[in-house]
Design a protein around this ligand. Structure first.
Ligand code: HEC
Length: 177
């Protein structure tokens, strides 16, 4: 929470700065848009992400337990990625499975954005999640990354790591409304 508060303060600072600048220029004010998002709205978004995280992870682990018996089988990650794509296309939210092992099964899963890179570092450093408030097209978003460890023997075996090792992170980005 301290991180969030720091980010929120940072945003408030930016808004204050924008307000100051506007006083001295004739440019139309944008201070209102830059205001730190409403705390209650952030909390609602945080809860939505926590719910999605439970849902996706329960599904992936369940699929793996029920259907994945050998290396040659299609991994549950593919099903998860298909759902993430569908949710994005339908305009609900962005979620991405990102590698934190340093030895991804698919290079497409390597961290790309600044936040994804920060998230991978955080997971490697033993954190369970990372959060930031960002902006997309001038609108506030909440980004949260959560830990994906090799929770089952089969995850570990197929990925060639020890059971419990950090495999990756799911990075969510939801609009704060
Ligand atoms: C049968 C082999 C297999 C099993 C079992 C398996 N995975 Fe994977 N996993 C893969 C493959 C293949 C990919 C790459 C999918 C893609 O993006 O094309 C992948 C991708 C991933 C990624 C993204 C990083 C990367 O390596 O590309 C994570 C994180 C991950 N799996 C976690 C898990 C977890 C957690 C479990 C157990 C619940 C698990 N996997 C079980 C084969 C497996």
């Amino acid at each position: 929470m301290t991180l969030l508060r720091r980010i929120a303060l940072g945003l408030a600072g930016t808004a204050a700065l924008a307000a100051t600048v506007t006083l001295h220029t004739t440019a139309p004010t944008t201070a209102a848009d830059k205001k730190a998002p409403d705390k209650a709205a952030v909390e609602r978004t945080r809860e939505q992400i926590a719910m999605l995280d439970d849902l996706y992870k329960t599904a992936v682990v369940g699929i793996t337990q029920l259907y994945v018996n050998q290396q040659a089988d299609k991994p549950a990650a593919l099903a998860a990625k298909a759902v993430f794509d569908a949710m994005k296309k339908k305009g609900w939210h962005n979620a991405r499975l990102v590698d934190a092992s340093g030895d991804p099964k698919n290079d497409e899963n390597v961290a790309k954005t600044d936040f994804e890179k920060k998230a991978v570092k955080a997971m490697k450093d033993g954190k369970k999640s990372l959060e930031e408030i960002g902006e997309v097209d001038g609108k506030p978003v909440l980004r949260t990354a959560t830990l994906v460890p090799a929770v089952l023997k089969s995850c570990a075996k197929c990925h060639g790591v020890e059971e419990g090792a950090v495999l990756g992170t799911i990075v969510y980005e939801l609009p704060i409304k």
